[in-house]
Design a protein around this ligand. Structure first.
Ligand SMILES: Nc1ncnc2c1ncn2[C@@H]1O[C@H](COP(=O)(O)OP(=O)(O)OP(=O)(O)O)[C@@H](O)[C@H]1O
Length: 238
């Protein structure tokens, strides 16, 4: 059952979630609570069910058992930006919002991600990093209480990825929405999140709290130690 949270102390609350594909249990009695404004990262081996969990929280998969309560306003950005090629960038940003396409609203969101100059172009003109920023603008324009990010930076080159991570950190500081970031990048999770979850066998197997001031330096010994701890949870021992 999926319901919306009202006046709640959580941005998302999952109780006893189970999701099967055929006779395979991909998520198995999973529990998760995300506080309003909390930044949570989700790590786990490929195929462990991270994207499935995110899709359930996004309301894109409702064939589940268990209880899933999610903030009314939520938005998703995927690994591939998924912009409609036949609509200009600004129209993509406000696509699906009720009422007439509101250009001023699109422009404001594009300005936030540093893409004002790309508002009136076709998506094919954008670089990978720009397309991902447009996708973020499309999520932000919905003023979400819960922002779901599914490996949003993984297709970007290393430099662009660092810039995009810094942008997300800045946007989160301003908007203070709860974030669930699915990622394969352990360093990214420690740089950005308040709490890092490691998923295995359909449940949250480990949880690491990152109680460090921001911005975080990847060379900081405390960051290095947390990174090693998470890698060990993932079965990688240095
Ligand atoms: N629509 C579907 N039908 C059948 N099986 C599916 C479907 N979607 C996902 N699965 C299976 O569920 C398991 C979990 O998939 P999911 O995409 O959630 O993993 P993931 O942890 O996000 O992986 P990755 O890190 O590689 O993206 C995989 O074994 C996948 O093959």
């Amino acid at each position: 059952m999926a319901t919306d949270l009202h006046r709640s102390l959580s941005a998302a609350r999952v109780t006893g979630l189970t999701k099967t594909f055929g006779d395979r249990r991909v998520i198995d009695d999973l529990h998760l609570d995300i506080a309003p404004g909390e930044f949570v990262a989700l790590l786990g081996a490929s195929g462990c069910g991270k994207s499935t969990l995110l899709r359930v929280l996004a309301g894109l998969d409702t064939e589940i058992s268990g209880r899933v309560e999610v903030a009314d306003r939520r938005a998703v950005a995927f690994q591939a930006p998924r912009l409609l090629p036949w609509k200009k960038v600004w129209r993509n940003v406000v696509l699906g919002l009720p009422g007439r396409p509101d250009r001023a609203r699109a422009e404001a969101a594009l300005a936030e991600v540093g893409l004002s100059h790309r508002s009136d172009v076709w998506p094919k003109v954008l670089s990978g990093g720009e397309a991902q920023r447009a996708s973020l603008a499309r999520a932000l324009v919905r003023e979400p209480d819960l922002l779901l990010l599914d490996e949003p930076f993984s297709a970007l080159d290393a430099l662009t990825r660092l810039t995009a991570q810094a942008l997300v950190a800045d946007l989160w500081t301003v908007h203070r929405c709860a974030v669930l970031l699915v990622t394969h990048d352990v360093e990214e999770s420690v740089r950005l999140a308040d709490r890092v979850l490691v998923m295995r066998d359909g449940v949250i197997a480990h949880e690491v709290v990152v109680d460090l001031p921001r911005p975080r330096d990847v060379a900081d010994p405390r960051v290095v130690a947390l990174r090693a701890e998470l890698l060990a949870h993932l079965g990688v021992h240095s």
